[in-house]
Design a protein around this ligand. Structure first.
Ligand code: FDA
Length: 392
């Protein structure tokens, strides 16, 4: 039976980082994945340019039932540490906006960097390898796989969450957690588009492809970014962000005029351009098509002078506080992240080691730590992996 110091299951962002770091400090590392390629999500990420970290990463950018858990690892491997690795490899990158760092070229620059580091450190990477059974032994763990049985001192679970099954996602990490007595927090899709099925569906379909800068709020949280109308409902960065705070049945509020005091603006238009139609004025802010459709669905478009104060107040409140209840989300099929997962109250925040089963580690998205949109999820993968690799 091949014996190794550290066996890591899952060669995604966290698994690769953990492997190169543990091997870099002299540990013998086996890295297994059931997929035919390592780091498939890295390749898909950031629209093919991998938003690999965020310059403004803070613990407040993460959702978890145990919000303090992420602090220690994030402080010990920061965005600047990852940026230093990227710079050492000469990978060209740029800030897109809001501290989000993207590759200038392709996501494969990041994957190649991680694979190159793994190779240089002597990591043994085995793809197309299915894990059949795990058992605890005196010296660690025995892992039965399609490539044989491995004995290891430390077993690291880096199998990620449930989002995008076609990229290799499985619930395997949760199964292992359950096997070793861990509590699991309910999982749901995060950073995911909303579906709309009520009378708003036709508006979304007709405006499909239109993007608008908005302030989107739900459950005391808000994000100022673009929303995007789609054939199925609403997407775009502001919607993806708020989806992580949304529960079925909750209303979402959208301010379509975040730079205006809507009522003040309407009054000013009535005073200065009394013969202009509402549709024409809205067409100067939104596209003409959107202005026309909003007027068709929500208000009767008339010359501004014809609106009563009460009507102007109603229009202002609709434009600045559009309330809608999404039918649901697109689910794990398109979600960027899985919320919930392994309860971090049973994992050491210093080492990522299980408090239930010594020598077992959980890193990355399988844990109940999920980042906002903008490079935070990768930063969590790097940081949690680095923490575990110091001890595994
Ligand atoms: P990850 O999912 O990366 O890796 C898990 C690995 O485990 C996979 O290789 C999988 O094949 C393997 N595995 C699963 N089950 C297994 C089993 N039973 N046996 C063996 N292996 C198994 N984040 C960000 O910060 N910036 C971004 O730009 C993006 N963009 C983005 C786009 C898209 C389309 C998605 C879906 C997600 C993102 N994300 C992102 C989120 C980010 O990709 C995600 O949070 C990290 O990849 C999580 O890293 P992990 O290593 O934990 O899991």
């Amino acid at each position: 039976m091949p014996a190794t110091d550290v066996l890591i299951i899952g060669a995604g962002a966290a698994g690769l980082m953990c492997a190169l770091t543990a091997a870099g400090r002299g540990r013998k590392v086996e890295l297994l994945d059931h997929a035919n390629k390592a780091g498939k999500k890295i390749l898909m990420s950031g629209g093919g340019r991998c938003n690999f970290t965020n310059m403004y990463t803070e613990p407040s950018n993460f959702l978890s039932q145990n919000p303090h858990f992420c602090k220690s690892a994030l402080a010990r491997y920061t965005q600047w540490d990852f940026i230093a690795m990227v710079a050492k490899h000469g990978v060209p990158y740029h800030e897109k906006k809001l501290g989000q760092l993207f590759c200038d070229n392709k996501s494969s620059d990041i994957l190649d960097m991680l694979l190159g580091e793994c190779q240089a450190a002597g990591v043994s990477l085995r793809l197309d390898t299915a894990v059949q059974e795990i058992s605890k032994t005196d010296g660690g763990y025995s892992v039965n796989t399609s490539a044989g049985t491995f004995a290891c001192q430390s077993l690291v679970i880096a199998t990620g969450g449930l989002s995008i099954p076609t990229l290799g996602a499985t619930g395997f990490g949760y199964q292992v957690a359950r096997q070793f007595g861990h509590n699991l927090l309910p999982t749901r899709a995060g950073l995911v588009p909303f579906t709309i099925t009520d009378q708003l569906k036709s508006l979304c379909t007709e405006l499909s492809g239109t993007s608008v800068d908005c302030l989107v709020s739900c459950n005391d949280t808000n994000f100022r970014e673009n929303i995007l109308f789609t054939h199925r409902g609403l997407s775009g960065p502001a919607i993806l962000q708020i989806s992580s705070f949304w529960q079925p049945g909750d209303a979402v509020q959208i301010n379509l005029l975040p730079d205006h005091d809507a009522l003040g603006w309407l009054h000013a238009q009535q005073a200065e351009r009394s013969n202009s139609e509402l549709k024409t004025l809205l067409g100067e802010i939104f596209t003409k098509k959107m202005a026309g459709l909003l007027c068709e669905q929500w208000f009767e478009s008339r010359p501004m002078k014809q609106y009563t104060p009460a009507e102007l107040a109603a229009i202002a409140s609709q434009l600045s506080g559009w309330q809608l209840v999404p039918a649901g989300t697109e689910g794990y099929r398109t979600a960027e992240v899985t919320l919930g997962g392994v309860d971090t109250r049973e994992v050491s925040s210093k080492t990522m080691e299980s408090l239930k089963s010594p020598g077992l580690y959980f890193i990355g998205e399988v844990l109940d730590v999920s980042g906002h949109l903008g490079g935070f999820n990768f930063q969590w993968a790097w940081a949690s992996a680095y923490a575990a690799a110091q001890f595994a």
